[in-house]
Design a binder for this molecule. Structure first.
Ligand SMILES: Nc1nc2c(c(=O)[nH]1)N[C@H]1C(S)=C(S)[C@@H](COP(=O)(O)O)O[C@H]1N2
Ligand SMILES: [Mo]
Length: 207
């Protein structure tokens, strides 16, 4: 259990991306046109809520009781984009190129937020400005920072994370890796935490 929320990343040498002056969220669905929604529209939304939740990374570190401000993805989607198209898969893309693949039911679970504040402050470049996916029921790498696009897919999308990506990364099921069971991967992952956190903090300052 950590006392502070570290900057962490799948590739810790990758710097946080530049955030455009007027960031947009792009929605891509198999049927219909691409939709671009200004992030400022989300931030102005009357449906905004505060949620205090815990955050868990597959590599075994956690931080507890972080308060996010955002819109519940499911209800925001229904009111702004329309009825959810019946596709089994989804991808969330970050401005830095990070991509997380989801089963639609996991991405649109009741507790998933699109958030812009963390503990009462606007998200910074370390934790995902301008917009972050917050899914307390799924491990950290599915909590995509710097969200640029949400895509629905009929076919299972190819992951950029290779075997590290488990299609479902439910914390309750301890789904930490696509091939290795949790008990096997826990210790090697734990050893990676300090070097990864140090490298991620360093690249986070180079900006
Ligand atoms: N865009 C983007 N989102 C990302 C990552 C990333 O590298 N890029 N890393 C993931 C991983 S592995 C973790 S554990 C968390 C870390 O979030 P933090 O930097 O706020 O601690 O972000 C996740 N979301
Ligand atoms: Mo992670």
């Amino acid at each position: 259990m950590l006392d502070v929320f570290p900057r962490f990343a799948d590739d810790p040498r990758r710097r946080p991306p530049e955030v455009p002056a007027e960031p947009m969220l792009t929605i891509r669905q198999p049927a219909g046109d691409e939709r671009l929604v200004p992030v400022s529209d989300l931030v102005a939304s009357e449906a905004a809520v505060d949620r205090t939740v815990d955050f868990h990374c597959v590599t075994t570190w956690s931080v507890l009781n972080q308060t996010w401000t955002g819109v519940p993805l499911r209800t925001w989607w229904a009111s702004t984009i329309g009825p959810l198209q019946q596709t089994p898969f989804a991808v969330v893309v970050g401005l830095d190129g990070h991509r997380a693949v989801f089963v639609v039911d996991d991405l649109f679970a009741d507790d998933v937020l699109l958030a812009w504040n963390l503990n009462g402050e606007p998200l910074d470049h370390r934790h995902g400005a301008p917009l972050r996916l917050v899914s307390p029921g799924q491990y950290g790498y599915k909590n995509v920072k710097h969200v640029a696009a949400i895509e629905l897919h009929a076919e299972r999308p190819v992951s950029t994370l290779g075997a590290k990506e488990h299609l479902r990364a439910r914390v309750a099921e301890e789904e930490r890796h696509s091939r290795w069971p949790a008990w096997l991967v826990r210790w090697p992952y734990r050893a990676l935490v300090p070097p990864t956190a140090i490298a991620a903090e360093r690249s986070g300052r180079q900006r």
